[in-house]
Design a protein around this ligand. Structure first.
Ligand code: NAP
Length: 255
């Protein structure tokens, strides 16, 4: 942990952005992007060395966070009394199996991380977001939150649930000073496929061969744009895909 303020104190007087899953991929790129826009970024993930290094690089604060663990979430949010931006990014997929042979543990991991993880951290930070007077919640769902694809039901159903949680909040927070943006990316080259395929580098690399995927920075720039809109402008939902991908089921390789 590069800095750990006492409970009841705020990290800084600057506008504060919290990024979950900031140790790699979209989260790390988003932390850099928001820091470049003047935010003090609080980075959360389980791999503390990575977030501590990145926090030092961008002048932010790294704190260990496991979104599947209630106690870890409580510790992570301690002292964060005012938060302007929350990026619900921690998440991912495990496996690519048909429903007929679905691995229950993989499904549990996906639901715990993407759905309940988003719920835990959002619940914990809602008072701080409202207290800011101009809060913003960005949830990184996926095109998997909008469509189904073969062998993907564990991930697509978790992402659908995460998306509905986020969209429900849009109604529930009407009248409160909090904007909500769902960003649904298509294929982005990160550690996503490496995690999905249990560390199988060859299988992960094959996903991105023969097409040009989005980069984590492509998504982070969109987050930065959203965060720089004036308080009355709510970009509700943004879908971004590589030119080479028309949907979760069709890209230039599948034809
Ligand atoms: P990534 O490089 O694997 O990053 C995932 C991040 O989530 C890591 O920082 C990881 O950190 C964190 N994380 C995982 N479990 C966690 C937990 N229990 N507690 C806290 N943090 C946890 O993949 P990515 O592509 O950037 O994924 C970011 C988000 O984008 C995910 O929600 C993913 O579903 C979504 N997305 C990805 C793609 C894609 O094609 N890559 C497309 C659409 C949407 P630690 O392991 O250090 O905890």
């Amino acid at each position: 942990m590069s800095s750990s303020p006492e409970p009841g104190t705020t990290v800084t007087e600057r506008r504060i952005a919290v990024v979950t899953g900031a140790s790699s991929g979209i989260g790390a790129a988003t932390a850099r992007q928001l820091a470049s826009q003047g935010y003090h970024v609080v980075l959360g993930a389980r791999r503390t060395e990575l977030i501590d290094d990145l926090a030092a690089e961008i002048g932010g604060t790294g704190r260990r966070l496991d979104v599947t663990d209630e106690a870890s979430v409580a510790e992570f949010v301690a002292g964060l009394d005012t938060v302007h931006v929350l990026i619900n990014n921690a998440g991912g997929a495990k496996g690519l199996d048909p429903v007929a042979t679905a691995d229950l543990d993989d499904w549990r991991w996906m639901y715990e991380t993407n759905v309940l993880g988003t719920l835990r951290i959002t619940k914990a930070l809602l008072p701080a977001l409202i207290a800011s007077g101009d809060g913003l919640i960005v949830t990184i769902t996926s095109i998997a939150a909008l469509e189904a694809y073969d062998n993907g039901a564990g991930y697509t159903s978790a992402k659908h649930a995460q998306g509905v949680l986020h969209r429900t909040l849009r109604y529930e927070l009407l009248g409160k000073p909090v904007r909500l943006t769902e960003i649904a990316p298509g294929m982005v080259e990160t550690e996503f496929s490496l995690v999905r395929f249990g560390g199988d580098r060859e299988r992960a690399d094959a996903v991105y061969e023969g097409l040009t995927p989005l980069t984590a920075e492509d998504v982070a720039e969109v987050v930065g744009f959203v965060a720089s809109r004036p308080p009355h402008v709510d970009l509700d939902q943004i879908i971004l895909k590589p030119r080479d991908q028309a949907s979760a089921r069709r890209n230039i390789k599948t034809g």
